[in-house]
Ligand binder design. Structure first.
Ligand code: A3P
Length: 277
């Protein structure tokens, strides 16, 4: 059984990266994907703000028209290239592998600090039934640190894309910056896209893409997914939307171990993360 049946199963492996088997089956479609000159790729490691960034971009592309952005669920408006049966005709599909741009002329990457990512991912593993059972948090932390979770190593992903900055038109954003000053980050996106919008539109985009609004918006909060695939009673997709929630979950010992591991794996990189805002 695969993702469509909503039954937990072990991950497969694609080029050494753990991934849902049904996405691996759909991979030839990703390889065959031909980018148009005006395509934009959203690339993220899971739980880093993919849905948030997708909603912001859909609002920008629709000039802040809230009704148009309710036309369908976010995963259909901004499809995942690797999802079987996705029709990548919209301009902003999220990407998959570290540093792969699929020939898209423009890429926006969004990164989030790994401590919040792993906690968000742990809850997501519980509610989204395409994942194997995550077990206890301690176990899941180990799996995450070793890159043995869906989409592989967080370190390779964030570092791979960080290094791509020189070569291509790539805007590298951080979840924490977006939390701190969403207006400034939306302005950065607009500038990157070469779009000018009036202040009133910016205000509408910011309001519509706030956590509170997205949490109650069925077109953004994943509630339209069958509950056999995502069980929001276990943990809502729009869970907390904050930075620093890891502090409510990590033990002191886990935090120390994580910090050591982080330092080893980020050595030699000028990429820095804010663990809280
Ligand atoms: P938490 O589980 O920490 O709450 P992705 O879309 O990449 O799967 O990421 C999901 C994470 O982004 C979840 O984090 C979710 O709550 C958070 N998120 C989604 N929309 C958000 C928004 N508008 N503002 C802040 N966080 C948001």
């Amino acid at each position: 059984m695969g993702i469509d049946e909503g039954c937990r199963e072990e991950l497969g492996s694609l080029h050494g990266i753990p991934l849902y088997k049904s996405f691996i089956e759909g991979w030839p479609q990703v390889e065959a994907f031909q980018a148009r000159h005006d395509d934009l790729l959203i690339a993220t490691y899971p739980k880093s703000g993919t849905t948030w960034l997708s909603e912001i971009l859909d609002m920008i592309y629709h000039d802040g028209d809230v009704e148009k952005c309710r036309r369908d669920a976010i995963f259909n408006r901004v499809p995942f290239l690797e999802m079987k049966g996705a029709h990548p005709t919209d301009p902003a599909p999220p990407g998959l592998l570290p540093g792969e741009g699929l020939g898209c002329p423009q890429v926006i990457y969004m990164a989030r600090n790994p401590k919040d990512v792993v906690i968000s991912y742990y809850y997501f593993y519980q509610m989204a039934k395409m994942h194997p059972d995550p077990g206890m948090l301690a176990e899941f932390l180990e799996a995450f640190m070793n890159g043995k979770v869906a989409y592989g190593s967080w370190y390779e992903h964030v570092r791979g894309w960080w290094e791509k900055r020189q070569e291509k038109q790539l805007l590298y954003l951080f979840y924490e910056d977006m939390k701190k000053d969403p207006r400034r980050e939306v302005q950065k996106i607009l500038q990157f896209l070469g779009k000018e919008v009036v202040e009133e539109t910016v205000a509408r985009i910011l309001h519509h893409t706030s956590f509170q609004e997205m949490k109650k918006n069925p077109a953004a909060n994943y509630e339209t997914m069958p509950s056999s695939l995502m069980d929001h009673s276990l943990s809502p997709f729009m869970r907390k939307g904050i930075s620093g929630d890891w502090k409510n979950h990590f033990t002191v010992a886990q935090n120390e171990r994580f910090d050591r591991h982080y330092q080893q794996h980020m050595a030699g990189s000028d990429l820095c993360f804010q663990m809280e805002v």
